[in-house]
Design a binder for this molecule. Sequence first.
Ligand SMILES: Nc1ncnc2c1ncn2[C@@H]1O[C@H](COP(=O)(O)OP(=O)(O)OP(=O)(O)O)[C@@H](O)[C@H]1O
Length: 387
Amino acid sequence: MYLKSLHLRAFRNYADQQVEFNAQKTILVGNNAQGKSNLLEAVELLSTLKSHRASRDRDLILEGAGVGQILATLERNYGQSELAITLRSSGRRTLARDGEPLRRQLDFLGVLNAVRFSSLDLELVRGAPECRRNWLDALLVQLEPIYAHILHQYYQVLRQRNALLKDIRQKETAAQTQESQIAKIDRDFSQLDLWDKQLAEIGSRVTRRRARVLERLAPLAQAWHNNISGKTEILEIKYVPNIICMGNDAASVQQAFLEKIEQRRIAEQQLGTTVVGPHRDEVELIINQTPAKSYGSQGQQRTLVLALKLAELKLIEEVIGESPLLLLDDVLAELDPNRQNQLLDAIQGRFQTLITTTHLNSFDAQWLKSSQIFSVKTGKIMNSVFS
Ligand SMILES: Nc1ncnc2c1ncn2[C@@H]1O[C@H](COP(=O)(O)OP(=O)(O)OP(=O)(O)O)[C@@H](O)[C@H]1O
C-alpha cells in the first residue's frame, strides 16, 4: 500500500498542511518540537484510530480550534481509498471512507496498515506487562479489525464485573451489622454468575487470538534476532496467558476460564476486583534463556525491539497480502551502523517508510539520494534544500 497524500487541518501544531508523498522513503528533518512526530501520529491514527500519546481527542486538535481533521489518499492493490477522520473537542469523532460516513470503527480499521517504531518501544522489553499486551492487541487489530470490537466488549464486561464485585464487598462489610443486606448479596451473586459466563466467553476469544498471533510472530522475530545479533543470541517469545489451557479450542479455553474463576472466587470477593482473565496476561521475552527485561543490555534490548518490529512488518505483509507502511520515529540515529543496515536492508524499498530525524548526518548517502526530504518547522512542512 502507498500513502499518496496527507492533509492535516487544525491537527496538533498544523493549521492547514498538505503533503504529497512521491518516494518510497520520506525523511522529515527538523529540530525538536517542530511537528515531525505529530505527522507520524496522524498516520498512526489513520491506521489504528488510536494515538499512543493522547488519550483525549481535544489534545490532538490545534490549540484554540474546535475541530481538527486528518485526510488521506491511500493506494491499495484493490484501488484508491480516501480516508477522513474528523476530531471534535467535544469528543465525538466522525469517520469517512471515500466520502461515505462510517458508523462503525471496524469499517475504517484495516484500510491503512502501519508499523510504528520509536525509542519509546524499548518499553516493550522494559515496561510492565500492560505494554506488551497493548502492543499485541494493536497488532491483532491490524490483522483482524474485528478484534477491536472483541477487546472493547471484554473491557466493558470486566468493568461491570469489577463494579459488581466491589459492590458485593461493600455490602458484605455492611451485612456484618445489617441483616437486610444479606438478601441483596444473594441477588448480586446470581448476577455475578451471568457476568462470569460472559467474561469467560469473550475473554477466551481474546486469549485464543493472542496465542495464535504469537505463534506466527515468534518464529519471524526469532529469525530476525538471530540474524541481527550475528547468530550469537537465541530469542524465545513465550505467551503466558492468565488462563492456562492445554487446547486452544473455544470450549476448552472457556472451561479452563470458568474453573479458574471458581478457584479464585474468594480472593476476588475479598479484593473486590477480577483477578482472572487476559487483562492479566504476560508475554515473556527471553534471550539466551535469560529474561530480556532484567538482564538484557541496552544493545540487546534494542536488537530485540528491532526484531519484533521487523517481524510485525512481515506478518502484516503475509496476512494482508500488501506491505504496510513503516513509521520510524527518531529511531534510526539511535541504532548503531550494523542495526541500521539490517533495518535498511530489510526495508529494501518494499515498505513505504516515513522517517523523522533531527539531523541527516547519520544517514547513508545513497539512502538520502533515493529519499524525499522535507524540513519541518513550527507546524509547516517544506521541501528540504537537501532533496
Ligand atoms: N494540540 C496542539 N495544538 C498546538 N500545538 C501542539 C498541539 N499538540 C502539540 N503541539 C505542539 O507540537 C510540538 C511537538 O511536536 P512533535 O511532537 O511532532 O515534535 P517533533 O518535531 O517530533 O520533535 P522531537 O524531535 O522532540 O520529537 C510542540 O511544539 C507542541 O507544543
